[in-house]
Design a protein around this ligand. Structure first.
Ligand code: NAD
Ligand code: ZN
Ligand code: ZN
Length: 342
């Protein structure tokens, strides 16, 4: 395995949990577009990680074994794995936001986790370095349905939750890119706010999916998209725009269609950029990036899903076909999320 290349399927030894650690038998591992950026776009040295490691950063399964001193989970428990692994002791980690750990040197791996610098869940077993990083699933939920919630669900949940105050009944949210993350984002806006929702994508299948997930309007991602959003919002612009692509064109679209005082949140990692100036967006528009989500947010999201308010549309692939899942994702052939089931 090397940077700028496809992953390989290899035999690795089953890990054994040390003190405080949890061994999870994988029930589902999602294939994220970030893995495609990692494999094909990132230059060697861009991430502070050593190769090789096993991919798979959205995981759920059953506890297979626990190390000495583990007290909150036992063998057989169905669990979701909280993905961003921090040091566990800095102020951010203490607040549950290990996605923003301020002591990466004390974390198991620099700004990463399972499948991001350390061995991930596209395998039969995943070694989780601390019991706080697994969350028991609600009664009714199976690991295969929970896996993709840990990233394709948690990442948009965090991005939307921070903008809740702006998602009032008279407001409009825009979701750009209705893939793995975006189709959950559409449901989350509808389930947790009374805002109107416009979905934008350049694939007809994605726009259909957006409709099914509850979007009030769908708009094709082209030169007319900004105009269309202005019309649909009665000339006001949109209050919260979530960009799940992150290309030049989508960031430009988001800020051009924003209403004064709105939020533009860039989640996609396509590497786009736009010039910033006093006049480049309406007054008091906040532009931010978000990375993943917090542990308490994962607990909230699992509760929402257990009550049927949000779900992941998924296609499952056996572990032997994991490469095919990534190829399908790259070709835009996946509806919702591709989930690997070993
Ligand atoms: P995906 O491939 O499942 O979905 C991407 C969607 O965007 C597809 O429906 C595609 O048709 C659409 N799209 C592509 N170009 C477009 C354009 N110009 N205009 C409108 N729509 C367009 O990908 P995903 O797994 O949902 O990930 C989305 C992005 O989010 C990726 O860049 C990924 O790396 C990133 N990501 C970020 C975080 C984070 O924490 N910030 C977490 C997970 C994923
Ligand atoms: Zn991801
Ligand atoms: Zn920390």
């Amino acid at each position: 395995m090397d940077w700028k290349s496809e992953p390989e399927l290899v035999e690795v030894p089953d890990p054994t949990p040390g003190p405080g650690q949890v061994l999870v038998k994988i029930g589902g591992a999602g294939a994220c577009h970030s893995d495609l950026h990692l494999m094909h776009d990132f230059e060697p040295g861009m991430m502070p990680w050593q190769l090789p490691f096993t991919l798979g950063h959205e995981n759920a399964g059953w506890v297979a074994a626990v190390g000495a001193g583990v007290g909150t989970v036992t063998e057989g428990d169905a669990v979701a794995v909280y993905g961003p692994w921090g040091c566990g002791t800095c102020e951010r980690c203490m607040g549950g936001a290990e996605n923003y750990c301020e002591n990466p040197a004390g974390a198991p791996v620099l700004s990463g986790g399972a499948g991001l610098g350390m061995d991930g869940g596209m395998a039969e077993y995943l070694l989780v370095p601390a019991e706080r990083l697994v969350v028991k699933l609600p009664e009714s939920m199976t690991p295969v349905t929970a896996a993709a919630l840990t990233d394709a669900g948690l990442t948009p949940y965090h991005a939307i939750r921070r903008s809740w105050p702006k998602l009032t009944p008279t407001s409009t949210a825009v979701v750009i890119g209705v893939g793995g993350l975006g189709h959950v984002a559409v449901q989350l806006v509808k389930a947790t706010t009374a805002a109107r929702l416009i979905a934008v994508d350049n694939r007809s299948e994605a726009l259909e999916l957006a409709r099914e997930m509850g979007a009030d309007h769908v708009v094709r991602s082209d030169e007319q998209a900004v105009e269309a959003i202005w019309e649909l919002t009665g000339g006001r612009g949109a209050d919260v725009l979530l960009d799940f692509v992150g290309a030049d064109a989508t960031i430009e679209l988001a800020r051009a269609a924003a209403r004064p005082l709105g939020d533009v949140t860039i989640v996609g990692i396509a590497g786009g950029s736009v010039p910033l100036s006093f006049f480049s967006q309406p007054y008091e528009v906040s532009i931010q990036t978000t990375y993943w989500g917090t542990r308490p947010e994962l607990v909230e999201l699992l509760d929402l899903a257990a009550r049927g308010l949000v779900h992941v549309e998924s296609t499952t692939y056996p572990l032997d076909d994991a490469l095919q899942a990534y190829r399908d994702l790259r070709a835009g052939r996946v509806r919702g999320r591709a989930v690997i089931v070993p």
